[in-house]
Design a protein around this ligand. Structure first.
Ligand code: GLA
Length: 626
């Protein structure tokens, strides 16, 4: 059975609404809801005073109706009484401003009072609901990601640094503090990277991100262990995605019983579904490093909030996106939230049950999707990928430091187009950390891997299959210290090239390569050191090189050029899609014994007959538009 449901926030509604909720959930085929995510003030209206009667009734009601509960620890939104009693537990931003309650996530994860309060509420919930028959899993916190620069954080950061470096000299060395007179003479002099006068130290910034990830993971593990002390239900937390999220999914995956992601694509059409595919491949890959299972904890049933406003969702898209997740291995897909809020900060956020109520296009689609998921023959097994794309949060974080040679250098912007090109080709891929065992793959792709440790470099250089590396890779080690002797530092020998100079290009300037494809943004002066040029710039210098099974892409290719290049690379390595391309609008994914074919386009598509497939007379199966 695939999970299907949403965040359910009954505390926003009078009790008579709850029975209508549950009746409509049944109609929609909902079998799981995340409960209590933001209910701390309702559960503990003042310090140590608990109100569980209402939650008891909701849990019972859900259980009586066959709906499971993903019960949350409500720690992502401490109540006002908490912040007034413990102002030192409020987050301080990098400018030194202490934020106050009035929104959510107003806590410092390192503040002792916050930790104590979190332990207390988690213990109360675990004790009371561990044996409740509705309990299906635990949802710790919500979207870890709050940054803090306060004095508690400073203490915790120093402890973390002490564990990492032991000696202050080692820290001074790792941070290259000899530059700009930054040498630390005592641990107490080390602070979180608060606002400073000009460019900050990139190694300091990166260690702070690493620290935040570990510190938040520590918070998760504490809650998880409290819950495990009372209950055997799986424990998860929902990963947010974005450059602001200081969570390293690879290290977290090992601590979770189930990987859960929130997925809010912020582009329409093809861009949106490429983001869905990427999010799903990443989640499945995290799961493969830990608990094996993953699910979508949140997506939007209708308009999605983006940086540019709300993005409309065309009819049928939520079904197609949900099935794309399932095709890539999801154990289910949920939404934020069940019933659209009438007030509060997200009153215009979409929901399974919109403001208009059940007589609405969205609710009809939600019910149809519930039926589809219920009727889907059980999907077993996993997607099998022969291609891995290296994904490294540390390179992402390191590339966010100011002072890089071009403002156009962006990690996600290096990785996402490579993944999207595979998507266009219908080639399944996994994501993998740079130190993973890669021997099961035929092709490993390394876009924008700015930072590589010695261990990662040895792993990638020793990988026996086809390796393709993109520009701005292999340049610095884990201390953000340049690997000298020519770029791309760590990968020079494997790629058979040596670069002595970068030539960032102004925005909007493009040029044609010898292959006819367009390049832009970035150039390097590449000397061949064994490799041959397979594409050159207009002046005849190498742009893309090949050295046996190793490729180097030293410029930014347009999307069609990238797709053509990857088609050649994977074909040469003997990798092909599960069926020949059915056009850019048809997504084909194999999961175990099932083939998912999703038509995102506005025209019907004829599927070719294949051995073992049951197709109507005539040998064709027609997949309708959308
Ligand atoms: C996140 C949060 C939800 C909600 C949505 C809105 O995913 O977890 O509580 O705020 O964003 O998109």
């Amino acid at each position: 059975m695939l999970y299907y449901g949403a965040d359910y926030n009954p505390e926003q509604w009078p009790e008579p609404v709850w029975s209508e909720d549950v009746a409509l959930m049944r109609r929609a085929g909902v079998n799981l809801v995340s409960l209590g995510v933001f209910a701390w003030a309702r559960l503990e209206p003042s310090e140590g005073e608990y109100r569980f009667d209402w939650l008891d009734r909701v849990m019972d009601l859900l259980h009586d109706n066959g709906i499971g509960v993903n019960l949350a620890t409500p720690t992502a939104s401490p109540p006002p009484w908490f912040s007034l009693a413990h102002p030192d537990a409020l987050p301080v931003n990098r400018d030194g401003v202490r934020l106050v309650h009035g929104s959510r996530d107003t806590y410092c994860v390192s503040a002792p009072a916050y930790r104590t309060a979190c332990d207390r509420i988690a213990t109360q919930l675990a004790r009371r609901y561990a044996d409740h028959p509705a309990l299906a899993m635990w949802h710790v916190h919500n979207e870890y990601g709050t940054w803090c620069y306060c004095d508690h954080t400073a203490v915790a950061f120093r402890d973390w640094l002490r564990r990492r470096y032991r000696e202050l000299d080692a820290l001074n060395d790792a941070w290259t503090t000899s530059f700009w007179s930054q040498g630390y003479g005592a641990w107490e002099q080390v602070l979180p990277p608060r606002a400073t006068q000009y460019l900050p130290n990139p190694a300091h910034l990166l260690d702070y991100r690493r620290f935040l990830s570990d510190e938040m993971l520590g918070h998760f593990v504490r809650a998880r262990d409290i819950l495990r002390g009372f209950s055997r239900a799986p424990v998860t937390t929902n990963f947010a995605f974005g450059g602001w999220v200081p969570v390293n999914g690879w290290s977290w995956a090992k601590e979770l019983d189930l990987i859960a992601i929130d997925c809010y694509p912020d582009a329409a059409g093809r861009g949106g579904r490429q983001q869905v595919a990427f999010a799903a491949d990443l989640a499945r890959s995290y799961a493969s490093q830990g608990p094996d299972k993953w699910m979508v904890m949140e997506q939007a049933a209708d308009m999605t909030m983006t940086a540019d406003g709300h993005l409309a969702r065309p009819a049928g898209e939520l079904t197609r996106h949900t099935l794309a997740h399932v095709a890539r291995g999801a154990s289910g897909a949920m939404f934020f939230q069940w019933r659209a809020s009438a007030g509060g900060a997200e009153l215009w956020h979409a929901a399974m049950l919109p403001h208009a109520g059940p007589r609405s296009r969205v609710f009809r689609e939600v019910c149809a999707l519930g039926r589809t998921l219920r009727e889907l023959p059980e999907v077993r097994g996993e997607t099998h990928s022969e291609v891995a794309v290296i994904w490294d949060p540390e390179s992402w974080w390191a590339m966010q430091a100011p002072g890089l040679p071009s403002p156009s250098l962006d990690y996600l912007d290096a990785v996402a187009p490579v993944h999207a090109a595979l998507y266009r080709l219908g080639i399944a891929c996994d994501c993998a950390p740079p130190t993973a065992d890669l021997t099961g793959y035929r092709v490993v792709l390394v876009p924008g891997l700015y930072l590589v440790s010695d261990e990662a470099a040895a792993n990638l250089n020793g990988y026996p299959g086809t390796l393709a590396v993109w520009y701005f890779s292999g340049l610095v080690d884990e201390r953000v210290r340049v690997r000298p002797g020519g770029y791309p530092g760590a990968f020079r020998e494997r790629l058979g090239v040596r670069v002595d100079q970068f030539a960032p290009q102004p925005p909007g300037v493009g040029w044609e390569l010898s292959t006819g494809d367009t390049a832009s943004t970035w150039r390097e002066s590449v000397t061949l050191d064994g490799a041959v040029a397979v594409a050159t710039h207009p002046d005849g210098t190498p742009a893309i090189t090949r050295y046996g099974d190793s490729w180097y892409v030293s410029t930014r290719l347009s999307d069609p050029g990238l797709t053509r290049l990857l088609a050649g690379i994977v074909a040469a390595a003997g990798v092909s899609p599960p069926v020949p391309s059915l056009g850019g609008d048809v997504e084909v994914v194999r999961r175990g014994g099932s083939l998912f074919v999703i038509n995102h386009g506005d025209h019907p598509v004829e599927l070719p007959s294949a051995p073992g497939r049951t197709v109507p007379a005539g040998g064709f199966l027609t997949l309708p538009a959308y």
